[in-house]
Design a protein around this ligand. Structure first.
Ligand SMILES: [Zn+2]
Length: 325
């Protein structure tokens, strides 16, 4: 509790310094021409705004409030336009889920294929990695599993509106990723990523250019996280993985973005790849303690206090480099 309060004060202080450098320092403005700005403290405030709502489980009040928050934030930040797909799907257990897939465009150009950046914003309804059965039925905060990727993309949205983009950019905050069956025996893993499946089923690129590629961010805020090349990303979109991990090394992030094969993860990018959009997943999947995800994965410890701002900052800086002018 005490740690929490002190942390808020630090964020409030450094947030102001981010804004100050941006607005009043002419040299900083020059630097941004070659070195995109990514303000970690701003991203952390977007993360906290989500977890403060509580678990964003589809059908709950926190979920509908978060949808409104994300939409209004993207509009306020200056997206070219924001559109929302409202739909209802049926989960593996029969639950009917109202979903809201939120798409914002920046730097739109007629006839030019965009880069798609994506993260899921819903949080898992069950802490099913908890061994204690009284805990495993409770919903999780999803600070890392959901809110971290969204926080980075909101900060990138802010930078895209401020500085412009190298290419047209779409930011897709997708719903209903994490309602899947703990033991999905379907073979095609379709109990997961319900929002992405519904979005693709709506034929979103019927009248426009399909993305040249997509980058999915998921669980990008773990303490000391290192990101290995994810298996499905390499299988479908190896050149994009090469490009991103090469860029990471070029800006001194070779230790965090380890250029070695990692595990295979069922995530939203799988469904994009199956639909013909080359997509990669930046996700911690070789944690030294677990051998796979962060130890907080699908537990009640997936909280704001367990997010590592340096992981957020490094990942945000890298993804910014891909698209911000
Ligand atoms: Zn999850």
């Amino acid at each position: 509790m005490i740690k929490h309060t002190i942390y808020n004060l630090i964020i409030a202080g450094t947030l102001m310094s981010c804004g100050h450098a941006k607005q009043n320092n002419a040299e900083a403005a020059t630097v941004t021409e070659t070195q995109p700005t990514f303000c970690t403290d701003s991203a952390m405030s977007y993360l906290k705004a989500q977890t403060d709502l509580g678990p964003r489980v589809p059908g709950t009040e926190a979920h509908s409030r978060c949808a409104a928050y994300l939409r209004s934030t993207l509009e306020r930040l200056g997206a070219d336009n924001v559109s929302v797909q409202d739909t209802t799907v049926t989960a593996w257990n029969g639950d009917r889920l109202p979903l809201h897939n939120i798409l914002a465009r920046f730097g739109s150009q007629e006839g030019v294929a965009p880069v798609l950046l994506m993260a899921h914003w819903d949080s898992r309804p069950w802490a099913d990695s908890e061994t204690d059965e009284t805990l495993s039925s409770r919903p999780i905060d999803g600070a890392n599993d959901g809110a971290s990727g969204v926080a980075i993309l909101l900060e990138i949205a802010r930078q895209a509106a401020l500085n412009g983009t190298k290419v047209p950019v779409e930011i897709l905050l997708i719903d209903g990723e994490d309602y899947g069956a703990h033991d999905d025996e379907s073979g095609d893993e379709t109990s997961w990523c319900l929002g992405t499946q519904a979005w693709l089923a709506s034929d979103p690129y019927a009248g426009s250019q399909r993305p040249r590629f997509a980058v999915l961010l998921d669980m990008v805020g773990g303490r000391g996280a290192r990101f290995h090349r994810e298996y499905i990303s390499d299988a479908y979109a190896r050149a994009i993985v090469d490009m991103v991990w090469h860029e990471a090394a070029a800006i001194g992030l070779g230790d965090r973005f380890v250029n070695e094969a990692g595990g295979a993860v069922v995530d939203d990018h799988l469904f994009l790849n199956r639909a013909g959009i080359p997509a990669i997943d930046i996700i911690e999947n070789q944690n030294t303690e677990t051998g796979s995800f962060n130890p907080t994965w699908h537990t009640l410890n997936d909280t704001y206090e367990n997010i590592d701002p340096t992981t957020i900052g490094d990942t945000g800086r890298l993804v910014s480099r891909l698209i911000i002018k």
